[in-house]
Structures are given as C-alpha cells and as structure tokens.
Ligand binder design. Structure first.
Ligand SMILES: [Zn+2]
Length: 65
C-alpha cells in the first residue's frame, strides 16, 4: 500500500540565489560623488559594442568599455 505522498522538489534554484548574492555584493557607487543611483548604458557604435555607467546625480560616466 502506498502512502500517496510525493517528495516535493525544492523550488528555489541556485541561480536565483547567486543572482541575489550578486546584487548584494556588486553594490557600487559613483566614483565622483558616491551616489548609489546610476545606470548602465549599452549600445553599438561603429560596429563596436560599448558600455558605461552614468551617475544619475552628477552625470559622471565611468567603467567605459
Ligand atoms: Zn555622481
């Protein structure tokens, strides 16, 4: 006779964890004014991929690639 109980798989994936840890440890601030609010701009210019971070307060740009 079976109990009818099925083992429940864990629904939280390792990926979700690592991305959460990533968000915690990748805390970065503007090197010019220390502001934590910035956005990353990405695009293609003359066939080359580029990306940089821009502070939302002082508009300083850094980490250009
Ligand atoms: Zn700034």
């Amino acid at each position: 006779m079976s109990k009818g109980s099925t083992p429940r798989p864990f629904s939280v994936s390792n990926e979700e964890y690592s991305s959460r840890w990533d968000a915690i440890f990748s805390k970065e601030s503007c090197p010019a004014c220390g502001n934590l609010n910035f956005h990353t701009c990405r695009g293609i210019k003359n066939g080359d991929h580029f990306s940089y971070k821009e502070c939302e307060r002082c508009k300083h740009q850094w980490d250009k690639k």
